[in-house]
Ligand binder design. Sequence first.
Ligand code: SAM
Length: 265
Amino acid sequence: MLNMIQLSKRLQTIADRVTQGYRLADIGSDHALLPVYLVQSGKCPSAVAGELNDGPFQAARRQTAEAGLAARISVRQGDGLAVLSPGEADTVVIAGMGGSLMATILETGFLAGRLKGAKELVLQPNVGEDLVRKWLVLRGFALLDETILEEDGRFYEVLHAAPLPDAAERNGHLYDPAFLDVQMPHAAAAGWLYRMGPCLLRSAEQHETLTDKWRQELLKLERICSGLAQSDTEEARSRLASFRAEINQIGEVLACLPMVKRSSR
Ligand code: SAM
């Protein structure tokens, strides 16, 4: 009996979102840890592991062969979703890259029809989560749930989405900031839903980690402000004002989370 792969907390959270029995595509798979784990554990009957770069592609092939799963995991080298044929995967996972690259991979793949037949997406952008949420809304994917976790001092968000027929209506409700008790223009409040996560903001049990993440962001912004305050150029003053406005808005949203927590119970 071969040893089962042990996943990090981040990869395990992603694996837990994948629906039992679905065929997987893991794009940007690196060492193919996720597909090997999901096929080994019996959760996925088969998988495609896509990788652009040579080193990780070879590592994925090695990992798959060592696990004795070369017949059930197809390791392919290529850019984003180009490795996938339409209808070939039920679950598409893209994890561990920036939101901008992820949105580009999704859009290119979507336009080329590579997402046809996909029943769910599990996405874990390292930064720029708002770009991924905007893409999901644009292309008719409903956000089913979001999870935030901390590992080794870093925060990760896992977005689970599906191409539902009523996605536009669901997203319309989800991104309506009326539930937040904030004194800012509607568009600004909606912008914070994209940046902080509409499900995370509504999910009382995730508020503590969400607040920890945004307190860390506040510290970073305050350090930037201290630097800018040393300069008296017009540009520095204007950037300082905009960072201070951002700090105030983050504080305002965080301050109303306990209220969301009470009313969502
Ligand atoms: N998904 C794994 C995880 O979450 O642990 C690996 C994340 S690793 C930081 C990002 C991987 O994406 C790298 O192995 C990189 O080579 C690959 N990658 C970057 N751009 C890509 C693209 N356009 N298509 C496929 N893979 C890509």
